[in-house]
Ligand binder design. Structure first.
Ligand code: PEP
Ligand code: MN
Length: 637
């Protein structure tokens, strides 16, 4: 059952409730959510829930209708984020684990580890105990294989996952594995589940060959009831009458599980299809269906692989797949996890002894909580930073300049609306601030109103002018009666209507803004053009820039310059770039304040190798009237 606690509950009341539940044979787990705190109570005993409902501090008691309790979304509304060393699975990220089916030798696993890491995988897989259909097939290297796997993972800063097949191996394997894998054939090996669950170590739980989704979630429940809540589910195909593929990938299991459980789910296209040519298309389908990642078999020499060669990708196929996933990520509102990532910056910052104890890193943005800029911050820095809402773009710059925020994340360009000039102009006027990163996110607009309000009763809709423009078709066709009113920012419009509490007034903003202000999404995806992306710059003070740049290898440069007043002046500058192989990605001109009819040019270009770049910059400085590098950063475009 779920015991919803009153907001003002005292610690004493809470422990009395716990004690009462424990005395009745229940296991109790506290779940602190954004909206409410609950105690989940599970056990075999029956109890009249009224006995709990009358306890002091209890707001409500709700029985959990599903047979799996701890794993159910009913108990925990927010997504569980599973942490495997420096990698997190769940939430707005796509995590790719890759490696061979089996560890075959020290050299083999080290080679493949490096190769998949360089292509963008963040976890390493490789079996040391292989449950094979034939007793005469390669059974794995056992503990020796685990040693090689661990070593290869450490060399490449990748946590490792590998299958456990027997409860007697648990203690031995703890020395080697970061995440236990429970294979399809063992999904209902309850003794194994209990022993693995007791360790508290993260578990990758594959779906059984012919398990229903409910049986699968019951297996997760076994693990959770034994002591771990760090579980990632893995859809790897089920047995059907179809013979064309090794198994049948149950793609719909992904949204179904996401609805039923708070645990993250990933997909294994390799075992699902059994055929390497099927792996890439099904991988994309898995990501598109809403999974949190993939586990893919890759081999440097699949033809010679000791197991599952036919389904193992060639290295170049895996590289191509990673690029395709990268392109798909913003469409599903996620971001590909990378090693190293910007998050490493936070770890460096956290270990800085000069900072105030207990302080969090501040990242400034323009707008209110729930703004698209705040989503971009979460994708770059995860949830370990404090977001600092600012009224104006210039306030965000000021906060960074004054050291109140370590970074600011500000929009620089939208695929429909074009350049956001204010960001460029401000960058130009803060010589001490520099661009250190970039993030693009997809803009999905929602019509947001009071719970229960309907479209036909709406009389006014508030949002940022960009939002109005981007949703014009919806407004014209579906809300012809409503007045469209410009507001300072999208999320702020939601805060505004949340205060008005008038069912005739709605706002347009992100789903995050609706959640933040506890408002209802009346319609999702109302933007006229679905290819609506905004690109953000991550800005910091010059002295902090090296850390970020060292953890995120840079591939772009942004610069601003002005040229002399003679024929071909701009052409000369562009010619230098061309000469040095600098592929230009963007060119924008802006008026120079105080100099009527004179312009600055903003250019973004691909970076070239260091010596060439230095030479090019030297030439550019000589050729331009004024020249400044605004920053170098990593772009995934
Ligand atoms: C594996 O991932 O190595 C494996 C054997 O997969 P499954 O248990 O899904 O068959
Ligand atoms: Mn395999």
């Amino acid at each position: 059952m779920i015991v919803v606690l009153k907001q003002q509950i005292t610690e004493e009341q809470k422990s009395k409730i716990r004690d009462f539940l424990k005395s009745r044979g229940f296991k109790v787990k506290e779940i602190i959510g954004q909206e409410e705190t609950v105690l989940g109570a599970v056990g075999t005993n029956r109890i009249d829930i009224r006995e709990v409902a009358i306890l002091e501090g209890v707001a409500n008691v709700v029985p959990i209708s599903k047979p799996y309790k701890l794993a159910s979304r009913e108990l925990k509304k927010s997504d569980t984020i599973v942490r495997i060393k420096n990698v997190k699975i769940g939430g707005p990220r796509i995590v790719v684990a890759a490696g061979p089916c089996a560890v075959e030798s020290r050299e083999q696993i080290r080679t493949i580890a490096k190769l998949v890491r360089d292509a963008g995988a963040v976890m390493l897989r490789g079996g040391a105990f292989k449950p094979r259909s034939s007793p005469y097939a390669f059974q794995g290297l056992g503990e020796e294989g685990l040693k090689y796997l661990k070593e290869a993972g450490e060399e490449c800063s990748m946590p490792v996952t590998t299958e456990i097949v027997s409860p007697k191996d648990v203690d031995m394997m703890l020395d080697y594995v970061d995440m236990f894998q429970i294979g399809a054939r063992n999904m209902q090996n309850f003794e194994l589940l209990k022993e693995v669950g007791k360790t508290g170590r993260p578990v990758l739980l594959k779906r059984g060959l012919s398990a229903t989704i409910e049986e699968w979630l019951m297996a997760a429940e076994y693990l959770m009831a034994s002591g771990t809540d760090q579980i990632v589910l893995c859809e790897r195909g089920i047995r059907t009458y179809e013979q064309a593929t090794r198994n049948t990938l149950d793609i719909s299991a992904i949204p179904v599980v996401t609805k039923l459980s708070h645990l993250p789910i990933i997909g294994d296209p390799s075992h699902a299809t059994g055929l390497r040519d099927m792996v890439s298309p099904t991988s994309l389908a898995i990501v598109a269906a809403g999974a949190s990642g993939l586990m893919v078999e890759v081999h440097d020499n699949p033809e010679k692989a000791l197991s599952d060669g036919p389904q193992s990708l060639f290295p170049e196929q895996f590289e191509k797949l990673m690029r395709d996933i990268q392109a798909l990520c913003p469409v599903v509102g996620k971001s590909l996890e990378r090693i190293p990532t910007a998050k490493a910056e936070i770890e460096i910052w956290s270990s800085d002894t000069n900072r105030q104890i207990g302080s969090t890193m501040n990242v400034a943005f323009q707008g209110d909580h729930g703004a698209f800029s705040e989503q971009a911050i979460r994708q770059v820095f995860d949830d370990q930073v404090a977001t600092l809402p600012c009224r104006m773009f210039s306030d965000a710059f000021e906060k960074v300049q004054a050291g109140e925020a370590r970074y600011a994340v500000l929009p620089v360009e939208n695929t429909l609306g074009g350049t956001i000039n204010e960001t460029l102009d401000l960058l130009n006027s803060y010589p001490n601030l520099t661009v250190v990163g970039e993030k693009q996110i997809r803009i999905v607009h929602c019509l947001i109103g009071l719970p229960g309000s309907s479209l036909d009763q709406l009389e006014q809709v508030y949002t940022h002018p960009q939002g109005l423009a981007q949703c014009s078709r919806f407004l014209e066709t579906e809300l012809p009666q409503a007045q469209a009113l410009p507001f300072f920012d999208t999320a702020g419009a939601v805060a505004h209507i949340a205060q008005l509490r008038n069912p005739k007034i709605a706002a347009i903003a992100s789903s995050a803004a609706a959640r933040y202000h506890k408002m209802e999404i009346l319609r999702e995806g109302i933007e006229t053009d679905s290819s609506n992306f905004t690109r953000f710059y991550v800005i910091s003070r010059e002295e902090h820039a090296t850390v970020m740049r060292s953890v995120m290898p840079v591939n772009r440069v942004a610069m601003v310059f002005s040229v002399g007043d003679h024929p071909g002046a701009l052409f000369e500058v562009l010619q230098i770039m061309s000469q040095y192989g600098m592929n230009m990605k963007k060119l924008e001109s802006r008026p120079i304040p105080g100099k009527p009819w004179e312009y600055s040019f903003f250019v973004e270009s691909e970076l070239v190798e260091q010596a060439r770049y230095d030479k090019a910059v030297e030439k550019l400085i000589a050729s331009c009237r004024s020249f400044r590098i605004l920053g170098t950063f990593r772009s995934d475009r």
